[in-house]
Design a protein around this ligand. Sequence first.
Ligand code: SIN
Ligand code: MN
Length: 208
Amino acid sequence: MSQHSTPNPPSLNLRGFEIFEGFLDVKKQQNLLEDLRVVVGKAPLFTPTMSTGRQMSVRMTSAGRLGWVSDNNGHRYQDRHPRGMGWPDIPKSIMEIWNAVGAPERTPDCCLVNFYDEAARMGLHQDKDEADFSWPVVSVSLGDEALFRVGNQERGGKTESIWLRSGDVVVMGGEARLKFHGVDRINSGTSTLLPKGGRINLTLRVVT
Ligand code: SIN
Ligand code: MN
């Protein structure tokens, strides 16, 4: 088998968001989780503040050359964790997903790690802090299922939602790259992957 074998096509396409349902089997999800424990050990989860001054409900950290941060000075990518340490490398298990469905010719600069407890959500937003929108953003879901809402390239208009489950991978590229998206809610207790419940979402991004 070649190193980058062609994956099956996405099982769903929602407004250009390509959804690979069940892309990761349970063993791969567990391996990913172990690798993420190492990442979080080196670069602990923190609670970002939005430009409004309100705290976000997700906790986050990053791996890679750059990490995404949001505080009273706005949101941006930077090469340091808010506590000053550099970000850990993106684990190989995560790079394999990028190489399979993302853009293997380019290394992503950032793997953003978002942790959702049962009350966390993420409002509709666009991913616009990157320099070149021709690169896709690849999203990986682990743990409890999440109601993922997708909209349009402008704010407003009709939206549609789907449940993302542990092991699902979403490629946000092409026409979907600048579409609004967010997470309405977490369906607590729907996965046993995380011992204390909750959801982890990874997004792999080319930044510069
Ligand atoms: C994000 O838009 O950064 C996260 C999406 C998700 O949690 O599925
Ligand atoms: Mn996003």
